[in-house]
Ligand binder design. Structure first.
Ligand SMILES: Cc1ncc(COP(=O)(O)O)c(C=O)c1O
Length: 438
């Protein structure tokens, strides 16, 4: 949680009073607000935890693809972990060197592979293959481009799902997950790579899951990855450049203190040294931990509602807000809980409010929160800087939210909210009946 309260009790992010943004007719609600200075600081702190050892912090663009966010991380020396051709193009457009881009994904299309292979003078830093079958496909695309593609193998270390301690939908490094090459298939992958004359194996990587709040599963999986990497080096004499332990560093969504990203790095660096792999660059691919706490979603309370029940059950108080699952999907998708707080000073005695959005789905529900009994006019949903806007949709015909970027205590950039008119245009253009009518 990066928000603070000023002397009058108003909620602020990066030194800017959030009520002022919500009240500004050019901004309004629902709006995401991000603190770029705090994001830069987070990246700097993580990079310092490598203590000068060769490394790459490849920001997982899927967490937040806003240009100002990716640009500020590029300025801090971060690379990018991308999962689509569009994210790849965006990372390059934001100033990240192709050498510092790693591309994961189980079903990269030929067009997407071509984008990766043609980027810069040597293609991107690594196309991270996720199956044995992908290797000849990458080889064929590289051959037709007359290039040699740098390739890493994403290993699925087969961590026990329960040990990961995270929601099943964001656990990726277990036997049932579609991601990565299973440990038992690694010898097949290495044979396929030997036959693939237009690829060069430059690294081994993994990403076991997201929102990890304990170091243990990450360290256990890294041990497996390092053992495998040492074996590949010994058997193949391959000149590997890096080993990539992935992202997944959790943040504190309000449940209590959380392990810092630097703690994960320090723990795996010790293992890396013990495995004799100190000469390889260590890559990590964090998304959430760099941005989540440094973003909030502002919403206005449209109205309240009380459901009174017969048979003496306590009435239910609903707070109906103008942001919904179309703006912030995490609660509906993973039952994620975000703290909800008033923008103004805490006023009067608190009571339990069930905060829900306008979308016509029961899962459009941000949970029960203690808020002033006399409902606030506007609220902030905290820790919304990751997997917020990037998962937003126009479901129910709702406009995509606005975005505001703060740096050095002032607003430096913003993106306007979508409009009803642009939604209608988008949904009806190319529709001959609508064209005839207009
Ligand atoms: C391949 C890959 N790398 C990195 C990440 C970033 O994870 P996180 O945001 O938890 O750090 C993800 C997220 O799921 C991912 O799929």
């Amino acid at each position: 949680m990066a928000t603070t309260r000023d002397a009058r009790g108003n909620l602020c992010l990066g030194g800017v009073r959030l009520q002022t943004l919500a009240d500004d007719p050019a901004i309004g609600t629902p709006t995401y607000v991000y603190d770029l200075s705090a994001i830069a600081l987070e990246a700097r702190e993580l990079r310092e935890s490598f203590e000068g050892a060769p490394h790459l912090v490849a920001f997982a663009v899927k967490a937040n693809s806003a240009g100002p966010v990716v640009r500020v991380l590029a300025r801090e020396g971060c690379g990018a972990d991308v999962v689509s051709g569009s994210e790849l193009a965006l990372a390059l457009a934001c100033g990240i060197s192709p050498d510092h881009v790693v591309y994961s994904g189980v079903a990269k299309t030929d067009d997407e592979l071509d984008r990766a292979i043609f980027a810069g003078p040597r293609g991107i830093g690594a196309v991270q293959v996720e199956s044995v079958e992908e290797i000849p496909r990458v080889d064929a695309r590289a051959a037709s481009a007359g290039r040699v593609a740098r390739v890493a193998v994403r290993v699925n270390p087969g961590v026990d799902l329960a040990e990961l301690g995270t929601h099943a939908y964001i656990a990726t490094g277990h036997d049932e997950a579609k991601f990565g090459v299973a440990l038992d298939d690694m010898s097949l992958a290495l044979s396929a790579l030997r036959a693939a004359r237009h690829t060069e194996l430059v690294g081994l990587g993994m990403h076991v899951g997201s929102q990890l709040t304990s170091i243990t599963p990450y360290v256990d999986a890294s041990r497996t990855l390092f053992r495998l990497t040492a074996e590949v080096r010994a058997e193949q004499g391959k000149r590997l450049a890096f080993v990539d332990t992935g992202g997944g560093f959790g943040i504190d969504y309000g449940e209590g203190a959380c392990v810092r990203p630097g703690d994960f790095v320090r723990a795996v660096r010790a293992l890396q040294r013990a495995a004799g792999l100190d000469d390889l660059a260590l890559h990590v691919d964090p998304g959430r931990s760099l941005v989540a706490a440094n973003g909030v979603l502002l919403a206005r309370v449209v109205q309240s509602k009380v459901s009174r029940f017969q048979k003496g059950a306590a009435p239910l108080q609903w707070l109906l807000i103008d942001a919904g699952m179309n703006d912030l999907l995490r609660p509906a998708l993973y039952r994620a809980r975000h703290r909800v707080v008033p923008l103004g000073p805490d006023a009067g005695p608190p009571s339990n409010w069930r905060v829900v959005g306008p979308v016509c789905e029961s899962s459009d529900d941000f949970g029960i929160h203690m808020l002033p009994d006399s409902p606030p006019a506007a609220i902030a949903i905290l820790d919304a800087g990751a997997y917020g806007y990037t998962m937003a949709s126009s479901y129910n015909g709702r406009a995509l939210p606005a975005e505001v970027f703060i740096e050095g205590g002032r607003v430096v950039d913003r993106r306007a909210r979508g409009s009803v008119e642009s939604w209608i245009l988008e949904r009806t253009s190319g529709d001959s009946r609508a064209t005839k009518r207009s």
